[in-house]
Design a protein around this ligand. Structure first.
Ligand code: KG4
Ligand code: ZN
Length: 337
């Protein structure tokens, strides 16, 4: 089936054409990063307006890149949630309009399931079941995934998401936005053992990142707001290490405790170089296989939405035109009906 995917849950307007849920024919992404950078974070009202401007050109680009026309498309998949409600509504309304005009089936997809499904767009497809870690700007959750639409939560963050912890740290250190990418780059020259930041909740499957954030804030204050040069790289490397350490160890532990030997890591933070390297290293030591999509499929994209859409449509799922966007939508409540 040839599916057009549309994604607009946060600050990326994206469209993609995917064949049979696996073959990515195009993956167009219009990023709003430059607009939001000025404010140090995503401004919801601006995001919605930018989505309205970008959505049609991005869909046209996705069709052009795939060398297909709307007449070739057999189904439409769109992110229904979770995310910023005004942003979600843009993609959802356009998806409904195209579906109606072209008499095509359309389905709303859970963005988090999309992140996990991004691995099926690569040649490194895992067999079900597996442990999935979704680490993004809004979420940090561990799941046991039995199949599409069949998922149980193992643990999740009780406060900040891992991506948020990166973004807030970068803001504290005046490093710009989005923080994850900047810290990833800066940390490469730093010593990850320079500062021993806390690794909280060792014995729980849940996460907490507010403590490590406060600990960084205290460090910066102690240094009278002057953390720069070599010390800056050491501090961000140590901060990154604390986050990576917790993510990797809890995921490996969850796999061991559920006797699972496959792990999928996805979401924006999975683009982090240190996280990828540490997962590979630890998985090798523990005899588990880790599947991580390439960075471009870790961050928000529409190909992952089309991949989930394919499975829903194939099972006969059709959403009606009165389906609404949902800002909060736990993945475990996305059972396939
Ligand atoms: O999945 P995503 O694109 O959007 C959400 O669904 O939230 O994730 C965005 C998050 C941001 O917090 C960003 O700082 C983080 O992913 N991120 C990274 C890296 N690239 C993006 N964090 C650490 N290292 C990176 N290389
Ligand atoms: Zn995302």
């Amino acid at each position: 089936m040839l599916v057009l995917g549309i994604e607009s849950s946060c600050d990326e307007t994206a469209a993609a054409v995917v064949r049979d849920g696996e073959k990515m024919l195009s993956n167009a992404i219009a990023s709003q990063i430059d607009v939001h950078r000025e404010y140090g974070g995503v401004v919801p009202e601006i995001a919605s307006r930018k989505h309205i401007e970008a959505v049609i050109p991005v869909i046209i680009q996705a069709l052009d890149d795939a060398a297909v026309s709307l007449d070739d498309i057999e189904g439409i998949a769109v992110t229904r949630g979770p995310g910023l409600i005004g942003s979600l509504l843009v993609g959802l309304s356009v998806a409904k309009s195209i579906a109606m005009a072209k008499n095509l089936p359309f389905v709303g997809v859970n963005h988090l399931e999309g992140h996990i499904a991004s691995i099926f767009l690569t040649d490194d497809r895992p067999a079900f079941p597996f442990i999935a870690l979704v680490v993004s700007g809004g979420h940090t959750s561990l799941y046991r995934m039995e199949g599409f639409g069949n998922v149980a939560v193992i643990g999740q963050t009780r406060d900040d998401a891992a991506g948020e912890a990166f973004d807030k740290a970068a803001k504290m250190l005046d490093l710009g936005y989005p923080g994850g990418v900047v810290i990833d780059r800066l940390a490469r020259q730093g010593n990850p053992s320079y500062v021993q930041f806390p690794r909280p909740m060792k014995d729980s499957a849940d996460f907490s990142f507010s403590g490590v954030k406060t600990s960084l804030l205290n460090y910066i204050k102690k240094r009278n707001d002057k953390v720069d040069g070599e010390e800056l790289s050491h501090v961000v490397a140590s901060y990154q290490e604390a986050i990576v350490d917790v993510l990797v160890e809890k995921t490996i532990k969850a796999a061991k405790e559920t006797s699972m030997d496959r792990i999928v890591v996805s979401g924006g933070v999975a683009a982090n170089g240190r996280l990828r390297a540490r997962f590979r290293e630890r998985a090798g030591e523990e005899g588990v296989t880790v599947h991580i999509p390439p960075p471009v499929l870790c961050t928000d994209n529409a190909a992952m939405i089309a991949a989930v859409g394919e499975h829903l449509l194939k099972r006969g799922r059709r959403d009606s035109y009165d389906v609404n966007a949902v800002s909060r939508w736990p993945l475990e409540m996305t059972a396939i009906s």
